[in-house]
Design a binder for this molecule. Structure first.
Ligand code: 4NP
Length: 153
């Protein structure tokens, strides 16, 4: 499987989601891949936000190699599942879909563990450190559900 995590800046939520899911994939010896993208040109090429890195480190996950990159239409071809964090991300991805088929790959990340709820992973960028811990807990829950759904047959 090829998974793609999407948020606005690709410096806080989606790099954390990428790191958490990759860690779980590695632990079960999966060959699946996970990447992340954003929509904010301002952060293209940026390292992950230091608070996201700090939160990841608490769980032995290293985000130091992350560099922000922008979502492109070709990503619809290159990934099997595209997970968004919030409604704006969903609209941004939808605006680039070329066919209705493209959108079949797209879902809210939290629907992995809370199906049909469209639960949002709130942007922690203007928040406090605790908000990053909350983001981590939500992502961890969703990543476990993804592993169960697609990796453990
Ligand atoms: P992210 O957080 O979408 O979780 O990476 C944000 C990072 C930067 C901005 C917004 C959200 N920004 O407006 O610069």
């Amino acid at each position: 499987m090829k998974y793609l995590m999407i948020c606005l800046g690709n410096i806080c939520r989606s790099p954390l989601a990428e790191g958490v899911l990759r860690d779980k994939l590695e632990k079960i010896g999966s060959n699946s891949i996970v990447e992340s993208r954003g929509f904010e040109t301002y952060h293209d090429g940026d390292i992950a936000d230091y608070r996201a890195q700090k939160t990841a480190k608490k769980h032995n996950i290293d985000l130091s190699k992350h560099r922000g990159s922008l979502f492109q239409a070709v990503d619809f071809d290159n990934f099997d599942m595209i997970y968004v964090m919030d409604k704006n991300n969903y609209s941004d991805v939808a605006s680039m879909a070329r066919t209705p088929e493209d959108m079949k790959k797209v879902d809210f990340l939290m629907n992995a563990s809370r199906p049909g709820t469209d639960t949002v992973v709130v942007d922690p960028y203007y928040g406090a450190d605790e908000n990053f811990d909350e983001v981590y807990e939500m992502i961890d829950e969703a990543a476990d559900a993804i592993i169960k759904q697609y990796e453990k047959k």
